[in-house]
Design a binder for this molecule. Structure first.
Ligand code: SAH
Length: 231
């Protein structure tokens, strides 16, 4: 798959945006020679596995209607940065526990002239208790951060009532997704559906969770507990 194929999936990548995404790849790969932000070092693979994969979220109706999106555990900016390039009218908050990765994200956003990106340093367990973030995002997303149960505890507290959490997962993770049923119930979420990412045979899926009501105050638990003792 190439950047130019995305328009066929309803993801509005024109020539100008494709150029910006290509620059995004160059900037991050350059950073990667100094700081380890991604395991992928080769450009074509980087565009495919990081840039294009991130943009597939743009197909979801829950993404289309959300004006503000939180990317929890963004690392080097995925999926948040490519989405911010393609959707300049939406606001993106990119959070991570590791400050040096966020410096790469902020530098890249600045070089690309993106005014719709803000970075937040902290752990999901702490940020999720912060009143300025809790319950305030119509859409939260996360890619390659934790198992589904842990991820629900990280992400659902941030979702506004009636909003959604969309996790990047693969078909092989079916069992892990099933075993998050208890976590979902406790955190007041419900799996709305699983959707193919749009590329046939890739095995990538989105698990879309709807927030039914406020998550109880005791969640997220203390830092480190959600991953050590998943609900
Ligand atoms: N989403 C990116 C990065 C995945 S690596 C991508 O798909 O490329 C996982 C990232 O999650 C790391 O950068 C790590 O610092 C972050 N992370 C893991 N646990 C976290 C937590 N509890 N709170 C915030 N960030 C976390």
């Amino acid at each position: 798959m190439e950047l130019s194929d995305l328009a066929g999936l309803g993801i509005p990548v024109d020539e100008k945006k494709a150029e910006q995404l290509d620059r995004l790849a160059d900037i991050i790969l350059d950073w990667n020679t100094k700081i380890n932000v991604t395991a992928i070092r080769e450009k074509e693979e980087f565009v495919d596995k990081n840039v294009i994969d991130s943009l597939l979220l743009g197909r979801l109706p829950e993404f289309k209607t959300a004006e503000r999106v939180l990317d929890m555990g963004t690392g080097g900016g995925f999926p948040g940065l490519p989405l911010a390039v393609v959707y300049p009218d939406k606001q993106f908050v990119l959070a991570d526990a590791v400050a040096k990765k966020l410096r790469v994200v902020a530098d890249t956003a600045e070089k690309l002239g993106l005014s719709n990106v803000s970075v937040v340093h902290g752990r999901a367990e702490d940020l999720g208790r912060d009143r300025s973030f809790r319950g305030s995002f119509p859409l939260v997303t996360s890619r390659a951060v934790a198992n589904m149960s842990t991820l629900c505890e990280y992400c659902l507290p941030f979702v506004s009532e009636g909003g959604y959490f969309a996790a990047f997962k693969t078909e092989e993770q079916a069992e892990e997704i099933e075993s998050a049923a208890r976590a979902l119930k406790l955190l007041k979420g419900s799996v709305a559906r699983r959707e193919s990412c749009g590329i046939e045979g890739s095995g990538h899926i989105f698990v879309v969770v709807k927030k039914l009501g406020p998550s109880p105050e005791k969640y997220p638990r203390k830092s480190g507990i959600p991953s050590k003792e998943p609900l």
